[in-house]
Design a protein around this ligand. Structure first.
Ligand code: PLP
Length: 355
């Protein structure tokens, strides 16, 4: 009998627990296009309150939340300033260019940037040559930089500078829950500097799907139309929203377990001389590790780990991502560390012998 693989590819692989499925089965639903799904309405109200915003709107995915935000905050030809390797640039199939006709300027390093970086990259509005910068977006936590938390004091400086220049502020907070758990700041505090904020239910919270976009009532009225335009208007979406409500009640406070598991796994990985891993970047539930020269490349290590029952993702030629979530235990993280270290060290030995 073989046990199921330890799946660290993403925190999106979580499946609804029996208790969540029961909540989903019992949820009252209605046609959300008539505003009549009580479960969607309850989730929207709850998330708006958590984020300290006037209004929140159900979205089928985080990508759509980002795309609707871009569309309501920009005009075609505008410039959007983002952190380097942001989700909107790397993981949305070029949607910003297609749906809103915007260009992105990536700034900073390791997922963050400063107000100074922002001001240097900002292009004036009303100039005949420049594409006007109309949005600055922050990703918190930052996925491709290993789940790092964007420093709060810098967020405040950036948003103040943006407001002075008439530039809108957007928070891609797919994992804002993790940022709150790691930093000790409330969700409201983290969302306050931004005009528009998105959060995802399908990552660490463990719900089967859904995101919410949040901001002023007036902005969300515009977002309703764009959501319809993009094909994201749903009917009895309460079936999914119920999973989100359940997750907010039962899975929010346990995110610190995922963070402890990530640290446990990362500490063991970093002890290998063939793995380069800066433990200061392991702030939440994502681990980005680099395989030192001399060992096999990421794709080969991923395949070797898979054969031993551990699933991780190759994020570059020598970069691997591992993500902890509610379906992995501390013991499974220990086992994963063993398998990954062995995979890297065995291929290093093999290469040494070939020389
Ligand atoms: C996962 C993610 C999203 C949205 O992803 P979907 O798969 O479309 O729900 C957006 N931003 C960040 C930073 C993410 O990690």
């Amino acid at each position: 009998m073989t046990s199921p693989p330890i799946d660290l590819r993403s925190d999106t692989v979580t499946r609804p627990t029996p208790a969540m499925r029961a909540a989903i089965a019992e949820a009252p639903v209605g046609d959300d296009q008539f505003g009549e799904d009580p479960t969607v309405n309850e989730l929207q109200a709850r998330v708006a309150t958590l984020l300290g915003k006037e209004s929140a709107l159900w979205m089928p995915s985080g990508t759509m939340a980002n795309q609707v935000a871009l569309r309501i905050l920009t005009r075609s030809g505008d410039d959007v300033i983002v952190s380097r390797e942001s989700h909107m640039v790397w993981a949305e199939a070029g949607a910003g260019a297609v749906n809103s006709g915007v260009q992105f300027t990536e700034i900073g390093s390791k997922g963050t940037f400063t107000a100074k970086d922002f001001l240097a990259a900002r292009k004036p509005q009303g100039h005949p040559l420049t594409p006007p910068t109309t949005v600055v977006a922050i990703e918190n936590t930052h996925n491709r930089s290993g789940g790092i938390v964007f420093p709060s004091d810098e967020v405040v400086r950036i948003s103040a500078a943006a407001r002075e220049s008439g530039i809108a502020t957007y928070l891609d907070g797919a994992r804002l829950w993790n940022a709150a758990a790691a930093s000790g700041h409330s969700l409201g505090e983290l969302a306050a500097p931004f005009d528009v904020v998105s959060v995802a239910l399908s990552k660490g919270l463990g719900a089967p799907g859904g995101s919410l976009l949040s901001g002023t009532r007036e902005m969300m009225v515009r977002a309703v139309r764009v959501r319809r335009m993009f094909g994201g208007a749903m009917r009895q979406a309460g079936i999914l929203a119920a999973g989100g409500l359940f997750a907010l009640t039962h899975h929010l406070t346990r995110l610190t377990d995922d963070h402890a598991n990530a640290r446990r796994l990362a500490t063991r990985l970093a002890a290998s001389p063939h793995i380069v891993l800066d433990l200061s970047t392991v702030q939440t539930n994502i681990i980005m590790l680099r395989i030192a020269k001399g060992a096999a490349n990421a794709a080969a290590i991923v395949e070797r780990a898979r054969q031993h029952g551990v699933l991780v993702l190759a994020f570059g030629e020598r970069t691997i991502r591992a993500v902890t979530h509610l379906d992995v235990t501390p013991e499974q993280c220990d086992r994963a560390a063993e398998v990954l270290v062995a995979a890297v060290e065995e291929t290093s030995v093999a290469q040494t012998e070939e020389r």
